[in-house]
Design a protein. Structure first.
Length: 646
């Protein structure tokens, strides 16, 4: 439903309306919520759709979807029976004094289509409640049904139909955590038979069938990825003699064509989801881990950026993008390349010898590219925690990920290709990141002043933040301060209009380099191919619903992010439950509006909440005691035992 409302905000072509959406479109047209012009359906200018925010004393705010505009105020007399979290259509009230306001005319569903409920025991009686709020849920169970289930049993619920869809486990079972986080957004690992059939239908790559593709198989390409990676999106080669960087990307668009079950499923998922123990791929594994993946010693179809650099200025002299055949000579992990940079890994084959020769020279170039990039963009050091789980998916260890020279090398190669892709169109799909608001910056400066930082406002935000980062380094709180700075920023998103990328300091930027795991990159590939062919009809087709598609993809990205972070929170909560009453080291991460801390001990990164206040300051190191764990909400409650004097 949300997808339909977003598309109607921007204009929905009659041919793009799905069969189950048509009755709604016809009904809303009859009620004059919509207009129809040249077979395009669009919200009448008087109407908007959105999600109801916090409802207090009969008033609420509407978070408008499909547009980046201010929330609309809904007064006491204009709310009707709508409640928080409802998906509604409103009529704008024009000519009113005060903030922009509106009246609810129709409730069309819930913002959260699916949720998870579980059975609790309250005053000796079983009842079914929403997992995170413990409020009664719309879907009901009879007393007889409740008796048949155990306390803690979990259920996936359809909020639109108020219907229980399936039992997904019990809260006591650590393996239920995965089903909880996936069920909330109706995500699943399995693909329909029709989708799998298409994915299995493609033959292995036979170079003879692609005479028009540029043959790059004699170049010693390699991939560099995490040791656990199974899908290899990108490979690189550096021609040092001609100062040309080749960035070869899996040519997913050769296999996933617009329309059809495979593309529909890819749009629906939009992103691969990465949990500590496994991934839920965007594409069937026959494609994501086999045919599209740039595996070593195998011919593959690739979409390649060839980028010639001026080594004096590091400017791009010329670039071209084309369909190619390539053959990766070696699959490296980051650790291996770092060992090579430390002179601890020697070449064992002729191909490795060649790769090591050019990669050593490429590192000099990418180090310079990074240095140049950071004159405009930012260098943040927020901490990324990797979890190790046992066979029952219980948390057993955490490690802090560090950016190493191998990561930096690959990152700057990919950034270069993404920038070049974005330069090739004026309207398409851009990855944008707007500058932070003055209000958010002011809050940040006040927080940092509270811990003794001297905030000297410079002529640009860049200069001010650079000065803050220098002070943070002197105080030994680099990652903590960088995390606060990141939180003060706008969220990066996808947009059909280029607004630049503030964080990277780029005038134009997009996502081109990961089409196996991001649908955004697949759109960019399709657009670039149409531009290259001069196919204006295909270009207009790709861009037809680009406004609503960019918003929908941005939302899917947020969903994937929530799933990944909430899964980790659930693992932390289970671990803490096994350690109630014990004391650990932590660092205070927030004091206002409520006290929060992060674990800094044998297990790193767990977020802690406090029942009582304490005489502590931001970034104080403290000893805490685990007092209580709410498994349903994945919250750990602790109390401060004492401050650690540094």
């Amino acid at each position: 439903m949300k997808s339909l409302l977003i598309r109607l905000t921007h204009g929905l072509s009659e041919q793009d309306i799905l069969p189950d959406e048509l009755p709604f479109v016809k009904e809303w047209l009859a009620k004059k919520y919509l207009t129809k012009k040249h077979n395009i359906y669009k919200f009448n200018s008087k109407y908007r759709a959105g999600t109801l925010g916090l409802v207090q004393k009969g008033t609420a705010y509407l978070h408008v979807i499909g547009e980046n505009i201010k929330d609309l105020f809904i007064s006491e007399n204009s709310l009707g029976v709508a409640t928080e979290g409802d998906l509604v259509i409103v009529k704008r009230l024009l000519g009113h004094r005060g903030p922009p306001s509106a009246k609810v005319v129709e409730i069309v569903g819930r913002a959260q289509t699916y949720s998870v409920a579980y059975i609790i025991l309250k005053e000796g009686k079983k009842s079914l409640v929403e997992l995170k709020t413990e409020y009664p849920i719309g879907a009901e169970m009879s007393a007889k049904e409740l008796e048949a289930y155990e306390v803690g049993d979990l259920f996936k619920v359809d909020n639109l139909e108020n219907k229980i869809l399936e039992k997904i486990g019990n809260i006591k079972d650590p393996q239920s955590d995965e089903k909880i986080v996936l069920s909330q957004f109706n995500k699943h690992d399995d693909f329909d038979e029709e989708v799998l059939k298409i994915a299995q239908s493609f033959p292995n790559v036979d170079a003879r069938k692609y005479p028009k593709r540029k043959d790059l198989r004699d170049l010693t390409f390699c991939t560099i990825d995490p040791v656990t990676a199974k899908d290899f999106d990108d490979a690189i080669y550096w021609d040092d003699k001609n100062s040309i960087l080749y960035v070869a990307i899996a040519d997913v668009s050769e296999y996933v064509k617009p329309f059809g079950a495979l593309d529909d499923e890819a749009i629906y998922r939009s992103f691969s989801i990465y949990l500590p123990h496994r991934s839920i791929p965007m594409l069937p594994r026959q494609l994501s881990e086999t045919l599209c993946s740039l595996q070593p010693h195998t011919d593959r179809l690739a979409y390649v950026f060839e980028i010639k650099l001026d080594l004096e200025s590091l400017k791009v002299v010329h670039s071209d993008v084309y369909e190619a055949l390539m053959h990766s000579d070696r699959r490296f992990n980051y650790e291996e390349i770092d060992l090579f940079f430390e002179n601890k890994l020697q070449a064992k084959t002729k191909e490795e010898q060649e790769i090591f020769a050019w990669i050593k020279k490429l590192r000099i170039v990418t180090d310079r590219l990074k240095k140049q990039r950071l004159q405009e963009g930012f260098d943040f050091h927020s901490t990324e925690i990797q979890m190790t789980l046992d066979e029952d998916t219980n948390l057993v260890a955490t490690t802090v990920s560090q950016e190493t020279p191998s990561h930096a090398l690959i990152e700057d190669c990919m950034l270069l290709a993404n920038k070049e892709a974005a330069k090739r169109y004026k309207r398409g799909l851009f990855r944008i990141h707007e500058a932070p608001s003055q209000a958010k910056l002011q809050t940040l400066y006040q927080e940092l002043a509270g811990i003794g930082m001297h905030i000297d406002i410079k002529s640009t935000i860049k200069e001010t933040i650079n000065e803050i980062q220098k002070q943070a380094k002197d105080m030994g709180i680099v990652s903590e301060v960088d995390t606060l700075i990141i939180q003060s920023q706008m969220q990066a998103r996808y947009s059909p209009i280029n607004l630049g990328h503030f964080g990277l300091g780029f005038e134009e930027y997009t996502h081109f380099t990961s089409p196996i795991r991001r649908y955004s990159d697949l759109i960019v590939h399709r657009l670039l191919k149409a531009i290259k062919r001069g196919d204006t009809e295909e270009q207009s087709y790709v861009l037809r619903n680009i406004e609503s598609l960019s918003m929908a993809i941005s939302e899917k990205e947020r969903e994937a992010s929530i799933i990944e972070s909430e899964y980790k929170a659930r693992k932390y909560a289970r671990w803490a439950q096994q350690n109630l009453g014990k004391e650990f080291k932590a660092r205070i991460t927030a004091t206002d509006p409520e006290l929060k801390a992060e674990l800094h001990d044998e297990i790193m990164g767990a977020r802690l909440y406090f029942v009582n206040g304490a005489d502590v300051s931001l970034f104080d190191d403290v000893i805490v005691r685990f007092d209580k764990v709410n498994l349903a909400r994945a919250r750990i409650y602790a109390s401060v035992v004492k401050k650690i004097e540094n």
